[in-house]
Ligand binder design. Structure first.
Ligand code: ADP
Ligand code: MG
Length: 729
C-alpha cells in the first residue's frame, strides 16, 4: 500500500539527525552577551565625551538632541556596525500590525562614480519610509501618505545577522506627517513620560525629594509551541491562520501532567541553546527555559528591563524564535490557541516601577516610611486597575486570545487584582480601621506609626487571577502570546499615572488643610483602597461563583473581542488618554478602527481557510473512503458473501454519508455567514456578525470534520493529526 504524504513525513522526521551541540563553547557565548548591541558602554568608549553627555541628557531627561551630537553618534554607530560587517541600516519600527517593520538602506553613496560610505545625523534621527500600506485607521489619507520614523535613543541600536549579511537596526517611533502616532511605540513612550511625571511628584510628596526619574520595569514570560516543519507545511490552517481549525483531540493530551517542567528533549534543547545564544548576542537577557503544560509547549522568561527596552526585546525574541526554529526544522507557533483541547499560550507581563535612588517601588520596605510608600504605589495600581478595567481588557483583546481567556486555562475576562493573603488582610485592616490579626503581621492598631513589617508573601500564588501581586511586582496574565506588549504597557502606564496624579492631588489638599503629612498620606491610601477594594479578589477566578460575585460587585465581564474593543472609543478612554497626552481622540478612533479591521480580517482568513480545507481536502477524503467501503460491500456481495456479515460496513457507509452531508451543509452556512459579514460597511458594526456567523459556525463545522477524522481510514486522511503534531520526535 502506498504511503500517504502525511505518513512519509513522519518517517522523514523520525530519521532526522539531531544537530550536536557544542557545549564546550557555552561559556564563551555567555561572554558574548550584547556583542551585537550599541550599548551605553560602547557609546561611552566611541563618542567624544561632550557628545556622550549630550546624548545621555537626551536619553535620561528627554532633552532634544542637537545636530552635531546626532552626527557624532551616527558616525560612531556606523563605524562600529561597519567593523562588524554591516553594509545596511534600517529604522526598525512597530506599526499597528502587531509586527515589526524594516526597510534597509545601504551605507553606500556614489560620488563621481566612486563608492563612498555615508551615514549622518539626519539619517540616524529621521527616516521617511514610503510606508503607506501600513494600517493607519484613517489617519493617513493617501495625499499625505508618508510616515516618518524617528530615532528612539532610549532603546539601543543592534545588529541583525543572517547567513548572507548584517544590518544595523535602529529602534524608531513611527508617526504621520501631522505628528500622530502610527505605531505602538509612540504612545508607549508618551505614557512612560506621563507615569514618570506623576510618580516623581508622588516621590516628592512622600518625602523623597531627590528622586528625579522613575521608570517602569517589565519582564515578559513568553509561551510558545514547537512543531515539526514537515507537519506545519501540510496544514494550511496553521500556515495561514496560525491555529489548527480542525483536528480530533490527541490520543494523549496533557492529562498526565508529564510535560510541565519535564526533561527537555534533545532536539528541543538544541533549539533552545541556539535561541539563547542568539538572544544574548542581541542583548536580550533570556534567563529561564522550560517545558510548559501542553505537549510541545515551552516558555522563555527574560530578566526584566526598563519598559521600552523590554517591549522591543520581546518583539525581537518572537522574531528570533521563529528564525531559529526554522533552522532546526521546527515551526514556532506563537498563536494563543494553536490546538483546541490543550492549553493555549499567554504572555505574563510582570510590571513594576523603579528609580535609581530607591529601587523597586513595589517592594515592601523594612521601615514604616518605606512601607507607607509601598502602600501608596500599591493603592495607585489597585485604583488604576479598578477604574480602567475595560481599557486593560481592550489592550489584550484579539481574536486569538478569545480562545483562552476564561476557558479554565487562563484568567477570565473579568479584570480583578490578587494581593496575596497577608496583603489582603493588611488592606482590609486599613480600610476598616480594625486591628490586624497577630498571624497577619503581628501589629495591632494599624496606623502610620505602626504598619506591620511587610515581607514577600510566602503564600501560594493564585494562578487564576488576571492581575496578581507577586511579592514585589504585578503580573498581568491575560496578555496573549502573539501580542506586542506595547499596548498593555501603554494602558498600564497611563492609568497608573492617572491614579497617582489623583492621589497626589488628594494628598496635597489634605496637607493644605492642615493634616500632618504622614497622617495625610495614610488617609489618602485608606480612601483610595476603600473606593477600589471591589477589584481585589483572592478566590478562584475560574469558578462560576466568581462570575456571579463579580457581577454583584459591578465588575465588567467583557467576554470576547467584540465586547472589549468599544472601550477604546469610550468617553472614559478619550478623557484619560487626552489628559495625559498619550493618545488623542482621533488616534484612539484610529486604533479602534485598526483593531476592528484586524479582528474581522483574522476571522475572514479562518473562514476562507476552513472552506478551502473542507472542500478540497476533507470532503474528498471522506468520499474516497466511502467509495472504498462501498466497493468492499459490492465485491463481497458479488462474491456471494452473507449480507448480514456486512451490516457494520453498511452502517459505516450510512454514517459517512450523513457526515458528508452535514459537513457540506455546515460549510455552506459558514460561507453564507462570511458573505453576510463582509457586506457590512463599517468594521465596528461587523464584529458581532463575524463572531456569530463565521467563528461560531466554523466551530460547528469543525465538529463534523473531527468526527470524520476518527472514522476515515488513516491512510486516506490528508492532514497531520493532533497526536502526530503534538509529539516531538
Ligand atoms: P515566577 O516565580 O513567576 O517565575 P519570577 O520572579 O521568576 O517569577 O519572575 C518572572 C518574571 O518577572 C521574570 O521575567 C522576571 O525578570 C520578572 N520580574 C521580576 N521582578 C520584576 C520587576 N521588579 N519588574 C518587572 N518584572 C520583574
Ligand atoms: Mg508568571
Amino acid at each position: 500500500m502506498t504511503r500517504s504524504h502525511r505518513q512519509a513525513s513522519i518517517r522523514l522526521i523520525s530519521d532526522r539527525p539531531i544537530t550536536p551541540s557544542n557545549t564546550s563553547k557555552n561559556w564563551e557565548l555567555v561572554q558574548e552577551f550584547a556583542k551585537d548591541v550599541f550599548t551605553d558602554s560602547v557609546m561611552k568608549r566611541l563618542l567624544p565625551s561632550e557628545a556622550y553627555s549630550d546624548l545621555r541628557r537626551t536619553i535620561d531627561e528627554g532633552v532634544a538632541l542637537n545636530e552635531n551630537t546626532a552626527d557624532s553618534v551616527a558616525n560612531a554607530m556606523r563605524s562600529w556596525a561597519q567593523e562588524r560587517g554591516a553594509t545596511h541600516y534600517t529604522h526598525w519600527f512597530q506599526p499597528m500590525t502587531g509586527c515589526t517593520a524594516e526597510k534597509h538602506d545601504s551605507f553606500l553613496e556614489v560620488s563621481d562614480g566612486q563608492a563612498i560610505i555615508q551615514f549622518d545625523g539626519s539619517q540616524l534621527v529621521q527616516g521617511e519610509p514610503d510606508a503607506s500600506s501600513f494600517p493607519s485607521g484613517g489617519i493617513r489619507q493617501t495625499f499625505e501618505a508618508r510616515g516618518y520614523t524617528a530615532w528612539d535613543p532610549s532603546s539601543p541600536a543592534f545588529l541583525r545577522r543572517d547567513t548572507s549579511g548584517c544590518t544595523l537596526c535602529i529602534p524608531t517611533a513611527f508617526c504621520s506627517y501631522t505628528g500622530e502616532a502610527l505605531d505602538e511605540k509612540t504612545p508607549l513612550m508618551r505614557a512612560g513620560e506621563a507615569l514618570q511625571r506623576h510618580a516623581v511628584s508622588a516621590a516628592h510628596l512622600l518625602g523623597y525629594d531627590s528622586v528625579k526619574r522613575i521608570s517602569t520595569t517589565v519582564g515578559c514570560e513568553q509561551e510558545y509551541f514547537l512543531l515539526d516543519k514537515q507537519f506545519y507545511v501540510q496544514r494550511p490552517d496553521l500556515a495561514n491562520a496560525g491555529r489548527t481549525l480542525f483536528g480530533a483531540p490527541p490520543l494523549k493530551g496533557q492529562e498526565l501532567d508529564d510535560h510541565y517542567f519535564g526533561a527537555i528533549r534533545k532536539r528541543v534543547m538544541g533549539f533552545m541553546e541556539e535561541l539563547d545564544r542568539e538572544l544574548w548576542r542581541l542583548g536580550v537577557p533570556s534567563k529561564t527555559r522550560h517545558n510548559e503544560v501542553a505537549p510541545s509547549q515551552f516558555e522563555l522568561a527574560p530578566i526584566f528591563e526598563s519598559c521600552n527596552v523590554a517591549v522591543d526585546h520581546n518583539m525581537l525574541t518572537m522574531e528570533v524564535m521563529r528564525n531559529v526554529a526554522d533552522r532546526h526544522g521546527f515551526a514556532c507557533l506563537l498563536h494563543e490557541k494553536p490546538y483546541a483541547g490543550v492549553n493555549g499560550s499567554g504572555k505574563h507581563v510582570n510590571w513594576s516601577m523603579s528609580c535609581k535612588l530607591r529601587g523597586n517601588l513595589l517592594n515592601p520596605g523594612s521601615t514604616p516610611q518605606d512601607n507607607i510608600s509601598f502602600l501608596y504605589h500599591l493603592a495607585a495600581v489597585v485604583a488604576a486597575v479598578d477604574t480602567h478595567a475595560p481599557l486593560l481588557r481592550a489592550s489584550i483583546a484579539h481574536s486569538g486570545n478569545d480562545h483562552r481567556l476564561g476557558a479554565n486555562e487562563a484568567p477570565p475576562a473579568i479584570i480583578s487584582a490578587y494581593l496575596g493573603d497577608q496583603l489582603t488582610a493588611v488592606v482590609e485592616a486599613i480600610v476598616t480601621g480594625n486591628s490586624l490579626n497577630e498571624n497577619d503581621g503581628g501589629l495591632m492598631h494599624l496606623g502610620v506609626e505602626a504598619l506591620p513589617p511587610l515581607t514577600k508573601d510566602p503564600t501560594d500564588r493564585n494562578r487564576t487571577s488576571p492581575f496578581a501581586f507577586t511579592g514585589n511586582k504585578f503580573e498581568f496574565r491575560a496578555a496573549g502570546s502573539s501580542q506586542s506588549v506595547a499596548v498593555v504597557n501603554t494602558v498600564l502606564c497611563t492609568v497608573v499615572a492617572n491614579a497617582l496624579n489623583e492621589m497626589n492631588e488628594t494628598l496635597q489638599a489634605k496637607v493644605a488643610g492642615g493634616l500632618e503629612r504622614n497622617e495625610a498620606i495614610f488617609e489618602t491610601i485608606r480612601e483610595t483602597l476603600y473606593a477600589h477594594q471591589k477589584v481585589i479578589f483572592k478566590g478562584d477566578g475560574y469558578s462560576d461563583d466568581w462570575l456571579k460575585e463579580a457581577e454583584a460587585r459591578g465588575l465588567p465581564n467583557l467576554r470576547g473581542t467584540p465586547d472589549a474593543l468599544p472601550a477604546w472609543i469610550s468617553d472614559e478612554a478619550f478623557a484619560v488618554f487626552a489628559k495625559y497626552k498619550v493618545l488623542s481622540r482621533r488616534e484612539l478612533q484610529a486604533r479602534h478602527e485598526v483593531a476592528c479591521e484586524k479582528y474581522n480580517t483574522h476571522l475572514t482568513i479562518e473562514g476562507r481557510c476552513s472552506s478551502h480545507m473542507v472542500r478540497t481536502l476533507y470532503l474528498p477524503a471522506i468520499l474516497a473512503f466511502q467509495r472504498r467501503v462501498g466497493d468492499t460491500i459490492m465485491s463481497s456481495k458479488a462474491a456471494g458473501l452473507d449480507v448480514t456479515a456486512l451490516r457494520a460496513q453498511s452502517q459505516l457507509l450510512e454514517r459517512l454519508a450523513a457526515l458528508y452531508n452535514r459537513i457540506n451543509n455546515d460549510c455552506e452556512a459558514m460561507e453564507a455567514g462570511m458573505v453576510k459579514a463582509e457586506s457590512i460597511e463599517h468594521a465596528a458594526d461587523a464584529l458581532v456578525v463575524f463572531k456569530a456567523e463565521v467563528l461560531d459556525r466554523q466551530a460547528t463545522l469543525r465538529e463534523g470534520v473531527d468526527e470524520a477524522e476518527l472514522l476515515v481510514e488513516d491512510r486516506l486522511w490528508p492532514l497531520p493529526k493532533y497526536h502526530e503534531m503534538l509529539v516531538i520526535y
